[in-house]
Design a protein around this ligand. Structure first.
Ligand code: DAH
Length: 340
């Protein structure tokens, strides 16, 4: 017993199929999905074929009507599939372009490798020269007590030498003691000798602080290197030889001269000049360690003698590189720094 099939039934089914196909194609989001729909609708075992299979049960005269309707459906489905495929591809391309965008007008993002700041390399060079002469590095705190910064260096309270160095004082420490930012690296001499019996040979690089207004040659924070040698039998000729050797290694083979000067912690004391491009430039202070300093440390000045020296790193760096303004060393302007 075969089911009764009417022309109307088959036409309705084709119409229904067409409506469903249009909705499904519009919702498809990729080429693979569209191909699946095509096979499901128009393939040999597809739904259109299914409808056409029932056509044989119609009277002969009605069959071409169903055939024509089916052909219209096929054409429409093919057109819709092609259009949808096109728009799916366009959308996929647009998304790729958005995601893979490469802006060739973006400025160069090359980050150059870092390098040493000229002040740091100056300190390293100075320390290296002294290391080659048998000195080792010692360091002390930037926050100091009045004792180490002044008194132990033979600068008693109310001594006029304290006015030579305008000091930043801090609130007293927990023990009520006066605290300050060290005005020079000389306190490292005292701290080192307290912990290390002579003979000693040290260099002490570090930051120091003074209440100076900023200008082309002054900064409230700057760097010094302190030198100390204490042994048996050292005299002024050792000081002279060491300082001259050091300066000629740093600046080259230039004339060096010593001028008598005064520092409370050395006796005798001298200031040292180098002749740089025809002009005498003062570059450091030095002297024989004052016996009063040694006595304060419990060391016998009859047995131990030595020399000390102190220099400003900024000065050395500026002279060596022809830098006209100390502020350039602190303002981190890459156009300046990249030259070193
Ligand atoms: N401490 C001195 C200053 O700031 C520099 C100095 C001079 C250090 C003579 C010394 C020295 O060790 O012997 O300005």
């Amino acid at each position: 017993m075969s089911a009764i099939v009417s022309l109307q039934d088959l036409t309705d089914q084709l119409e229904q199929l067409e409506a469903e196909a249009a909705v499904a194609i519009a919702a498809a989001s990729g080429a693979a999905e569209l191909e699946e729909l095509r096979v499901g609708l128009l393939g040999k075992k597809g739904r259109v074929s299914g409808v056409l299979g029932a056509m044989g049960k119609l009277p002969g005269a009605e069959r071409p009507l169903v055939g024509q309707r089916a052909n219209l459906l096929k054409e429409l489905v093919q057109t819709l599939l092609a259009q949808r495929l096109e728009s799916v591809k366009t959308a996929a391309m647009a998304q790729r372009l958005e995601q893979e965008r490469l802006d060739v007008t973006v400025p160069c993002r090359y980050v150059p490798p870092g390098h040493r700041h000229p002040l740091i390399s100056t300190i390293e060079e100075i320390v290296d020269i002294f290391a080659g002469l048998g000195y080792r590095v010692s360091e002390g705190p930037e926050i100091e007590t009045d004792h180490y910064n002044f008194t132990a260096l033979n600068i008693p309270p109310h001594h006029p030498a304290r006015d030579m160095q305008d000091t930043f004082y801090l609130a007293p420490g927990a023990d009520g003691g006066e605290r300050l930012l060290r005005t020079h690296t000389s306190p490292v001499q005292i701290r080192h000798l307290e912990q290390n019996p002579p003979p000693v040979r040290i260099v002490a690089p570090g930051r120091v602080f003074r209440r100076d207004a900023v200008d082309a040659t002054h900064s409230p924070v700057f760097h010094q290197v302190e030198v100390l040698a204490l042994d048996e039998g050292l005299d002024f000729s050792h000081l002279r030889g060491t300082v001259t050797t050091f300066l000629q290694r740093f600046f080259g083979d230039l004339p060096v001269r010593f001028r008598a000067s005064y520092f409370p912690f050395t006796e005798p004391s001298a200031e040292v000049d180098v002749q740089w491009r025809g002009r005498w430039l003062e570059v450091m202070g030095c002297g024989m360690v004052d016996p009063a300093v040694l006595e304060g440390l419990g060391l016998d000045p009859q047995r131990w003698s030595g020399f000390a020296a102190g220099l400003g790193v900024e000065r050395f760096c500026m002279v060596r590189h022809g830098i006209d303004d100390i502020r350039r060393l602190y303002t981190s302007d890459l156009r300046f720094l990249e030259q070193f």
